[in-house]
Design a binder for this molecule. Sequence first.
Ligand code: PEP
Length: 285
Amino acid sequence: MEQNPNEESQKEQNPTEQGPTEQGQTQQDQAEQISRKHVVAGNWKMFKTRDEAQATVREVVGLVGNIQNVDIVVCPPFTALGAVEEILTGSVVQLGAQNVHWQDEGAFTGEVSVSMLADYGCSHVIIGHSERRHYFQESDEVIQDKLEKVFSTELVPILCIGESLEAREADRVQEVIPSQLERALRELTDPQTSRIIIAYEPVWAIGTGRTATPELAEKVHFLIRSWLSDHSSVGVADQVRILYGGSVTPENAGQLIEQENIDGFLVGGASLDAQSFAKIVQQSA
Ligand code: PEP
């Protein structure tokens, strides 16, 4: 299961102001204690049969060895969850799913429930990926229902948000991102907020080879953390891991991870290749 995000020291926060707190600490002192364990999750989408999945994950497990300071997650298609679970047992790599239904069970042809994912040993689940929003018309209401269901279990949700190219070109990022957060997260309690992983995935960067620059990504990650700060109790927003996703490769991961508010990656294409994925993990360690 998910470890405490604050267990491993990754990077320190730059306080924007300093001053004594209730406990007599300066904000600088507090900031120096804030750390977030990085997460690198691979979204395999609709790729790989069971044999292919096992071969890839076997290689990943061998390459990442015993890396402890990154949460490493692979999200194969449902049909390969069991095959991948067999290989992951005893390794540091965790298992995630790409989607889940919001009901416990019922007449929902083609869908999968939270208990079915738990049955396969899943610890994480991706919610609201832009491909699901776009091709399967997943609305913000559906995403909210899925989050609510996931929070009733021990699964960790990886919530995807991100602006379209149209919104970026119209300079509407500052409006679109808070509104996606508002619609998905407005009902969340502090403990739920600190458990969630948010993946900022600009739609124009997914599968296009066009990555956001580290500065551009950091600006949006900061915007997300500021929104979380405004909508939760003191300190909660600092615990939330915010991943970047969109054409991440071993070549660009190093610079992106140096950014203050980038806590890891949701990787699509590059996660299909064990060597590339492992390199991204190593750069995040
Ligand atoms: C994704 O599907 O979540 C993704 C980020 O894909 P890619 O890395 O291929 O852009």
